[in-house]
Write a protein that binds this ligand. Structure first.
Ligand code: SAM
Length: 313
């Protein structure tokens, strides 16, 4: 697994990826929305994405600033691929005031929520949505100035094929920015539960094993994949992000949601004592992450920015 060499530290933590991933075939298209436990899981995921943007807005500001520097002027059409609730869409609209965004997602529920937010922010006229499986190209999109793909490409079955579709959707000279993260964020002090030091690291380890099976492109070498797709990588960054006390209340809610999703994803895969320890930080009792003042939020985010060459088809 190769990752960008340049290294930066910032006080702004990063976007977080919920880790009980789902795949497109789990989605119910019958009525344009999902229901039952999948719908609940997707609602929790949406909330995680929004909390992430609330807590880690500084990261998005920094990344979109770098993109503006690389893009130069004249950015009028941006695609947010795997847009989710629109954390990237809204950051990019702010950064590029002359642009409109096409938000692409395979989830109609995510897109419906994003549309509601755009209306509420008075940005409806600058946002359009497209329900599509980005693994099969970006239907109807050509000449895009910038494609933003945050925590989304690793979901696709065949990222190489998807990158061909993205390249075709970009204008010559247009940019693709890929943002990924290194796994679940870290929150807990080592001795969060007496007698179970290392709980969070064991959870991360168990998740990695699960993801190697379920989400094989998580942690892929995106720089190499972008190059293989005929794009020219112009910037790579690794950012180790950390939020420390005093944390806003959103941090406790965020930790609770992420660790709850971790607990669900690892059902039956954890040592029973670790499972009990995880329960203890989630069950509303004295150790609950929503009431603690000793959490930190730490995460690593990688970004790659690549350009479609102007001298080749
Ligand atoms: C972890 S979320 C990231 C959302 C957003 N980019 C962000 O950073 O906040 C991943 C998003 O990708 C979407 N997604 C997953 N597979 C997809 C596919 N094949 N085509 C389009 N979107 C997909 C999911 O529905 C979800 O909204």
């Amino acid at each position: 697994m190769a990752h960008p060499a340049s290294h930066a530290h910032t006080d702004a933590p990063t976007h977080a990826e919920p880790h009980s991933h789902r795949h497109d075939h789990e989605q119910d298209h019958s009525h344009g929305h999902r229901h039952g436990s999948d719908g609940v899981a997707e609602g929790a995921m949406a909330r995680v994405l929004d909390l992430d943007a609330e807590l880690f807005g500084g990261y998005l500001t920094a990344v979109t600033g770098r993109l503006a520097g690389l893009a130069g002027g004249g950015v009028t059409h941006i695609v947010d691929l795997g847009a989710g609730t629109g954390t990237g869409t809204f950051a990019l609209l702010e950064r590029f005031p002359g642009a409109r965004v096409t938000a692409v997602d395979s989830s109609p529920a995510m897109l419906a929520g994003l549309e509601r937010t755009a209306q509420a922010k008075g940005l409806g006229s600058r946002v359009s949505t497209l329900e599509a499986d980005a693994g099969s190209g970006l239907p109807g999109i050509t000449g895009a100035d910038l494609v933003w793909a945050s925590a989304s490409l690793h979901h696709l079955d065949d990222p190489a094929a998807a990158l061909d579709g993205i390249r075709a959707a970009l204008r010559p000279g247009g940019l693709l920015a890929v943002a990924e993260m290194d796994g679940m964020p870290r929150f807990l002090p080592d001795a969060v539960v007496p007698d179970r030091p290392g709980l969070e690291e064991r959870c991360r380890h168990a998740l990695s094993a699960l993801h190697a099976d379920q989400v094989p492109h998580l942690g892929a070498d995106w720089g190499a994949l972008l190059t293989a797709a005929g794009l020219t990588v112009e910037a790579e960054h690794t950012e180790d992000l950390e939020l420390r006390a005093p944390l806003p209340p959103a941090a406790g809610e965020y930790a609770h949601l992420v660790l709850g999703r971790v607990r669900d994803a690892l059902d039956g895969r954890l040592d029973p004592a670790d499972r009990s320890a995880l329960d203890a930080v989630l069950n509303g009792g004295a150790l609950d992450v929503r009431h603690r003042d000793d959490l930190t939020v730490r995460s690593t985010r990688w970004t790659w920015t690549a350009r479609r060459p102007t001298d080749r088809p």
